[in-house]
Design a protein around this ligand. Structure first.
Ligand SMILES: *Cc1c(COP(=O)(O)O)cnc(C)c1O
Length: 241
């Protein structure tokens, strides 16, 4: 799988609904980034990794074994579940509202942690999908609010569930446009009102990731500029819900 991707595209292995043995198997093959979508399941797997690492150390093992897993969160995150997720993850890909950004900022302020996030954007024609609309993204960008405990790294999105490749491609293009908007806003783009303002307030932001593409559509996503694909069933097989 990894061999099929350009070197610039990161492979995120979506291990949700799969047992820890599946993670171990992929880990042994060299995979280090894993993503989960439910707080409880993430917490259990983090604990299992820590337990196995302790066993390994107790048996005289050395090195980073299981300590170098990067966990990503990709599911809907409720603000009352932050403490189950934020201490353990390298990236929350599914920040789908300003309300959630603000809750992560508050949690980070209380706990002294900066959290890397992606803004999940609504680009599909599927109305039930979560995420920032254009209007919400612009509101967020023009607010000029400072978020010292939130590090926005880019955008994430899902294409419409369809076999029509052109529809999927259009969705991914719209996501790439939102990335450009965010990226330009952070830098100096003279055409945008208040441009550069967020850079002043949030100069720790390094906006460089477009997370798009799943098992069935990652090849299109990569063509449209994805830097991070989230692959579940193609690596682990069908999920048992
Ligand atoms: C489950 C999930 C994936 C992986 O989907 P596959 O079709 O199994 O590759 C990717 N992204 C998100 C947000 C998911 O919830």
């Amino acid at each position: 799988m990894k061999g099929e991707l350009p070197a610039t595209v990161k492979l995120v292995a979506v291990s949700k609904f799969h047992p820890f043995e599946s993670i171990l198997e992929a880990y042994s093959a060299g995979q280090r980034i894993f993503a989960e979508s439910r707080p409880q399941e993430l917490a259990a797997k983090v604990a299992e990794a820590a337990r196995l690492r302790q066993e390994y150390l107790a048996a005289g093992g050395t090195g980073d074994y299981l300590n170098d897993i990067q966990w990503h969160f990709i599911g809907h995150l409720q603000t009352n579940k932050l403490k189950m997720v934020l201490p353990y993850v390298a990236l929350v890909q599914s920040v789908d509202s300003l309300h959630l950004v603000e809750a992560i900022e508050r949690w980070g302020n209380q706990n002294g942690k900066v959290t890397d996030i992606l803004l999940e954007c609504h680009v599909s024609s599927d109305q039930s999908k979560q995420g920032f609309s254009n209007e919400e993204l612009l509101d967020f960008l023009s607010s000029g609010t400072e978020y010292p405990h939130v590090h926005v790294r880019g955008v994430m999105g899902m294409a419409t569930l369809t076999d029509d490749e052109e529809v999927i491609r259009d969705d991914f293009r719209r996501l790439a446009e939102k990335f450009d908007l965010l990226h330009d806003w952070i830098g100096e783009s003279p055409n945008l009102p208040h441009a550069g303002q967020l850079e002043k307030e949030n100069s720790h932001w390094d906006v460089s990731e477009i997370s798009m593409g799943m098992s069935d559509d990652y090849h299109i996503a990569v063509e449209e500029g994805s830097t991070m694909v989230r692959i579940g069933s193609m690596i682990f097989g069908a999920r048992q819900y």
